[in-house]
Design a protein around this ligand. Structure first.
Ligand SMILES: Nc1ncnc2c1ncn2[C@@H]1O[C@H](COP(=O)(O)OP(=O)(O)O)[C@@H](O)[C@H]1O
Ligand SMILES: [Mg+2]
Length: 303
């Protein structure tokens, strides 16, 4: 995948990227871009297109279908390569390193700049899109919404949210965004789900998380997918990441989503640290105080 891309990235020639971005443009209008239309989008001659298609097929940056008509689309690796090239042109980072995490909806890699950073490729829409596509293989694609678009929107949304939150809320510092990718500060520490908190730390860490949720609300956002998997813990405190699905506090369900976030985190602490986590907490009162920015400690809400 991207490891791959990093290793042969230097072998790609500028005209290979013309082909890739030509297909990218064509995919705004149809899932599979007709071979005859590619020269126009890519600004290459038909012969040049043939040559570049072979190269890009070999590197699995594009794929072909031959049913109905001969068409091409970018693979995620092809889309990754386009974003990577843009970051390289902007000198955002110098090289790609080890995977930091592979989620259902993303691939995250360490990248090297003057300090290590994290590159997150959004994958939203890809799996779903594949299913839908199989069903309508033989139908016209008039209502076509490409997975490129869905993934790019998620990345834009996450980046904007990070910009809205940083530095008032403890989130990764946003660095750059292109297409379906964002670059941000690399977090240290471990996911809360992997951390083993000392007894004496448990309530303190839970309070820190809830205070950040309050700070985010104050800044205008509800995370809406808060869990032990989207929180990092280190010696300096906690950081909340993975924000593409965040909603504004003006969203009609904002308060319910906040209440659900609070409940998720509290339930996790009850399961993992049953002896240290306060019991019988009035979560409604707690969430109401979070919204008013009057929350201090969970200890104040035991019934
Ligand atoms: N800024 C970061 N620094 C270090 N690791 C990260 C960073 N962002 C994400 N990760 C790792 O990648 C994984 C997936 O990222 P996440 O943003 O949660 O995407 P997903 O939507 O796929 O859950 C995380 O669980 C985490 O381990
Ligand atoms: Mg996550």
């Amino acid at each position: 995948m991207v490891d791959n891309i990093a290793s042969f990235f230097r072998e790609l020639e500028p005209a290979d990227f013309y082909l890739l971005s030509g297909i990218e443009q064509g995919m705004r209008f149809s899932e599979w871009v007709q071979r005859e239309e590619i020269p126009k989008y890519a600004e290459l001659t038909a012969e040049e297109v043939d040559y570049r298609i072979d190269r890009c097929m070999r590197h699995e940056l594009i794929e072909r279908k031959t049913i109905q008509y001969e068409g091409y689309q970018l693979t995620f690796e092809g889309y990754d390569a386009l974003a990577l090239r843009t970051f390289a042109e902007r000198d955002t980072f110098a090289g790609i390193g080890a995977p930091l995490g592979v989620g259902k909806e993303s691939d995250v890699y360490e990248v090297q700049s003057f300090r290590p950073m994290a590159l997150k490729y959004h994958r939203e829409g890809y799996t779903n899109f594949r299913e839908v596509q199989r069903e309508r293989e033989y139908t016209a694609d008039r209502d076509h919404v490409s997975w490129l678009y869905t993934a790019r929107q998620a990345a834009e949304r996450e980046f904007e949210t990070l910009e809205g939150l940083y530095p008032d809320v403890s989130v990764p510092r946003p660095v750059d965004q292109n297409r379906h990718a964002i670059v941000m500060e690399k977090l240290t520490g471990a996911e809360l789900s992997h951390a083993k908190l000392e007894s004496a730390q448990v309530v303190g860490v839970l309070d820190l998380i809830l205070r950040e949720a309050a700070a985010a609300f104050e800044a205008g956002y509800v995370h809406a997918d808060l869990s032990e998997y989207n929180i990092f813990v280190d010696d300096d405190g906690i950081t909340i990441f993975d924000w593409p699905q965040a909603v504004g506090t003006d969203h009609e369900n904002a308060r319910e989503l906040l209440a659900r976030d609070v409940e998720n985190v509290y339930d996790y602490f009850c399961r993992k640290y049953p002896n240290e986590t306060p019991e019988a907490v009035d979560l409604d009162a707690l969430a109401a105080d979070l919204v008013r920015d009057e929350f201090d400690s969970i200890s104040a809400y035991t019934e």
